[in-house]
Design a protein around this ligand. Structure first.
Ligand SMILES: C[S@@+](CC[C@H](N)C(=O)[O-])C[C@H]1O[C@@H](n2cnc3c(N)ncnc32)[C@H](O)[C@@H]1O
Length: 181
């Protein structure tokens, strides 16, 4: 764990939760028109769900049948449960759940080996949705994770997923992947 991650895990998330997500309606609302129809009404596992501020947005946008968050940080898990959501404590580096639609919202960039993570998630889920930031000056200076440039994200997606739908929205990349089998 790097020093920024430690500070986020033990101070930022403890006292402020996912405070940055307060302004995320502007990021999530435009996604509605991009969602392929077959991604709607699914059983969703939100991986690295944080305090579930964005899990609630995903729940609404994807008209989910059921949604469960997975998170390793105990302070965030408590905050998420206080919102009435189902959350399981899990370190994604230890194991990956199985399900129908996996979502990563600003969480995959915290994983070091992104290709390996996506390959595992692909084996356990039929659908994947993700929204992740591209590395810019702000993220280079302040992000506790490991965001990539657009070119490097695309290399990861190509290697791990093969075929997928890609959208660019502001500084974020959005991916919809469905398995063919
Ligand atoms: C920037 S936050 C995003 C949270 C939330 N998905 C959102 O959209 O606001 C990154 C989250 O990933 C979680 N995370 C990072 N590495 C993880 C791991 N190995 N297993 C589970 N959660 C992890 C962090 O604890 C944190 O809650």
């Amino acid at each position: 764990m790097n020093i920024r991650e430690w500070i986020a895990d033990n101070i930022g998330y403890k006292f402020g939760g996912c405070a940055y997500a307060k302004t995320h309606d502007r990021i999530f609302n435009p996604i509605q028109k991009l969602i392929p129809k077959d991604f709607l009404g699914r059983k969703v596992s939100d991986l690295g769900c944080g305090d579930c501020s964005n899990t609630l947005r995903i729940k609404k946008l994807f008209q989910v049948k059921d949604i469960v968050g997975f998170e390793r940080n105990p302070y965030l898990i408590q905050r998420a449960r206080n919102k009435g959501l189902k959350v399981k404590k899990l370190d994604l580096n230890d194991s990956i759940p199985k399900g129908e639609l996996a979502t990563f919202s600003f969480a995959l960039h915290h994983i070091k080996d992104k290709v390996n993570m996506l390959q595992q998630v692909k084996r356990n889920f039929k659908y994947i949705f993700l929204i992740e930031p591209m590395k810019d000056l702000y993220h280079a200076l302040f992000d506790a994770g490991y965001p990539l440039s657009e070119k490097d994200w695309i290399k990861v997606f190509d290697e791990a997923l093969g075929e997928y739908q890609l959208h660019k929205q502001g500084n974020n990349l959005i991916v919809f992947y469905r398995s063919k089998s």
